[in-house]
Design a protein around this ligand. Structure first.
Ligand SMILES: *Cc1c(COP(=O)(O)O)cnc(C)c1O
Length: 472
């Protein structure tokens, strides 16, 4: 008891200045004007609590107003909330962790306009009645894909969930064992199926699945057949899958739908741009799939979205599912997606107009020229710091699980930090410094070297400006 009283009266925390008093300081006024009173109050409280929690010397003096406010200023400037743009030299073009596709100007302009204004998002200007948000985009999607009907949700994972939940709730869905994919850790076909309320029926084996395997699995409780495009891996050797056409035929015979999750899904034959083949949405429609889902921000090159196309009656059911409301897209996504889709009306110009395709289809000499231009700038900046920079041939990845085995020949810079002890640390220090730039520059460390793939760089000035800020 005695000890407690002693602590209560003599504990240095008692001497701490009050938050109110600190906020009255002239120095605080400046911070309040920049960051707001709420933010400064919260930070000062945290700093005082930290000090209280960490005092070991009961006789230590509490921090002065000036010290506390200096610390608060450091904290507030260092905690830049919000997303920051960066320069992606990792060699992975459609990088999920880096926000996937960069949008074309037309899409960005459209987003700005709807962001700043009320729009006819769910309002029919002809009748003055409530409208449908899909109406702005459905005919464009069906025109391009050849499907009867279409709707759009938050992303492809949402699209798959919504389709399964609508068409197969409480019922069975046969899927080939070779197609039970995991994408990016959080999307696994078996888990999405159970969360969507349907029962996965595994058919066939990992490497071989036959039409008869599906046939045997079909019974009165089967809701639909599902095909998943295994975009992020390949099974090679003694393999067999069931073609879309054969599955569609089987589905039709049993009067159930065939759903195809295309994953990336592209709307043009990529071979046209000297890129590897990826099944198109149009082919899936032609092959008879009744419902097809794909991402808006993978190879399509648009904003994050999940597109669902297929038979009118099925799409109408999907749109009527109350979960559609929970998974719907906002006006900015719709505006951007609409502009991106319009670019597909002119495939000859697509590789110029759509940034994703422009980067993916960029010709090799052009990338090499960029490496030649930037090599001297990097050498100059790193000179005297014991780093060696050279121009190297690289292989870029499309990314987002698309065509993982098809690498694209590219050029870039390779930075090494000498050999022997400490060189790895030295390389990491450099990678940290690049990430610490005002516009962070991200490369890829591999086998003791830092690689910067220049496929994504069109303006060397932007990189040079960042190099000027490099602190080693
Ligand atoms: C990428 C992918 C998904 C998930 O799409 P998101 O747009 O990331 O939600 C689902 N299925 C397949 C086959 C995929 O490749």
């Amino acid at each position: 008891m005695v000890l407690r009283i002693k602590l209560a009266t003599e504990h240095p925390a008692r001497k701490l200045p009050s938050v109110d008093r600190i906020l009255q300081d002239a120095q605080a006024t400046k911070l309040i004007n920049t960051y707001g009173r709420t933010a400064l109050t919260a930070v000062v409280r945290i700093l005082l609590k930290n000090w209280r929690d960490n005092i070991s010397d009961l006789n230590s003096d509490p921090p002065t107003h000036s010290i506390l406010l200096k610390k608060a200023a450091d904290y507030l400037t260092g905690h830049n909330y919000g997303l920051r743009p960066l320069i992606n030299l990792t060699g992975t073009v459609i990088h999920t962790n880096l926000g996937r596709a960069a949008l074309p100007d037309a899409a960005i302009k459209a987003m700005l306009i709807v962001a700043a204004n009320p729009t006819d998002l769910e309002f029919d200007l002809d009748t003055g009645q409530r409208g449908d948000r899909d109406s702005h985009i459905e005919s464009l999607i069906t025109e391009i894909t050849g499907a009867e009907a279409a709707t759009v949700v938050n992303n492809n994972a949402a699209a798959v969930m919504l389709v399964l939940n609508t068409l197969a709730f409480g019922r069975q869905v046969p899927v080939s064992r070779g197609e039970l994919v995991e994408i990016g850790g959080s999307f696994r076909v078996p888990e999405i199926m159970s969360r969507s309320g349907c029962k996965l029926v595994e058919v066939g084996s990992t490497n071989r699945t036959h039409s008869k395997d599906f046939k045997q699995a079909i019974n009165a409780d089967t809701a639909l057949l599902m095909k998943v495009h295994t975009s992020n891996y390949q099974i090679q050797g003694f393999t067999k899958g069931v073609s879309d056409k054969a599955l569609a035929k089987l589905a039709n015979e049993h009067n159930i739908p065939l759903m195809t999750d295309l994953g990336s899904g592209t709307l043009v034959d990529l071979r046209r741009y000297n890129l590897p083949y990826e099944p198109t949405v149009q082919e899936a429609v032609e092959n008879g799939a009744h419902i097809i889902t794909f991402s808006g921000d993978k190879l399509l090159g648009g904003p994050q979205a999940g597109l669902i196309v297929g038979n009118r009656s099925l799409v109408d059911k999907i749109k009527a599912n109350p979960m559609k409301r929970a998974l719907r897209v906002d006006k900015m996504t719709l505006a951007a997606l609409c502009e991106v889709l319009k670019l597909y009306r002119d495939p000859d110009q697509l590789s110029e107009n759509l940034p994703t395709l422009r980067v993916l289809s960029r010709n090799n000499p052009d990338i090499e020229a960029m490496a030649d231009r930037l090599l001297p700038a990097f050498r100059q900046q790193l000179t005297g710091h014991d780093y060696a920079v050279s121009k190297v041939q690289l292989k870029s990845q499309i990314g987002s699980g698309s065509l993982p085995l098809d690498l694209l020949a590219s050029w870039g810079l390779c930075i090494s930090a000498g050999r022997g002890k400490g060189s790895d640390q030295k390389l990491r220090t450099l990678a940290d410094a690049f990430r610490g730039l005002p516009i962070p520059v991200l490369g890829r460390i591999h086998s003791g070297r830092l690689y910067l793939d220049l496929r994504t760089v069109f303006d060397p000035g932007e990189i040079c400006e960042q190099l000027g800020h490099l602190k080693l």
